[in-house]
Write a protein of this length. Structure first.
Length: 197
């Protein structure tokens, strides 16, 4: 009887060890897939943030006016396509997966606001309101992209990006603060004029 119990316990222990080994293997595989995905997304976000900084710095005056004497934009607004990545999205926690896959909707929303200002408010020759809206929206999006990148870096122990000569994130944050200050001042002036009328 003892031999049967020992044999049976050996079979049960072997089955448990096999299941544990499989679970550990699945955990490691999932973790590696998540780390790979995070690295790919972080690299895309870093490039995106740098492109946002270029848009924030584009005041339409860098190359002078165009042939009609109007301001000329010199940068293209960046896009990002996470769906082009051949990765296992399910390896990420659902909140991170949602925030990453939902991120392009922020770009679409910002582009809509920018287009509205250019179409209904801004006019030649400087298109000032439109250019400022473009700078402001891409400053906001750049900050969101950087925050998402930071979250991924923390979660998957990816080293922070080191900027030696110029930090696009600081540039974006500084310019966003200036734009917000200007907007507040314009709003005060506008409400003061309305109170007088």
């Amino acid at each position: 009887m003892e031999k049967v119990l020992i044999g049976l316990s050996g079979v049960v222990l072997g089955a448990i060890l096999t299941v544990l080994k499989e679970l550990f293997h699945n955990y490691r595989t999932r973790k590696k897939r998540a780390e790979y995905l995070a690295i790919r997304v972080v690299c895309m976000l870093d490039r995106f943030v740098s492109s946002c900084a270029a848009v924030v710095g584009d005041d339409g005056e860098m190359n002078g006016p165009d042939e009609q004497g109007c301001a000329r934009l010199n940068t293209i607004c960046p896009k990002i396509d996470f769906h082009s990545l051949d990765v296992d999205w399910q390896a990420l926690p659902s909140n991170l997966m949602y925030d990453i896959l939902n991120f392009p909707s922020f770009i679409e929303e910002a582009d809509g606001k920018i287009n509205d200002v250019f179409e209904y408010i801004a006019g030649p020759p400087d298109y000032g309101e439109g250019i400022e809206e473009r700078q402001y929206q891409y400053a906001k999006i750049g900050i969101v992209a950087n925050d998402l990148s930071t979250r991924l870096r923390r979660k998957y122990s990816i080293p922070s990006k080191v900027y030696e000569n110029w930090n696009p994130i600081k540039f974006i944050e500084d310019n966003k603060a200036k734009l917000e200050k200007r907007r507040i001042e314009e709003e005060r002036r506008s409400s003061g004029l309305q109170a007088i009328a």
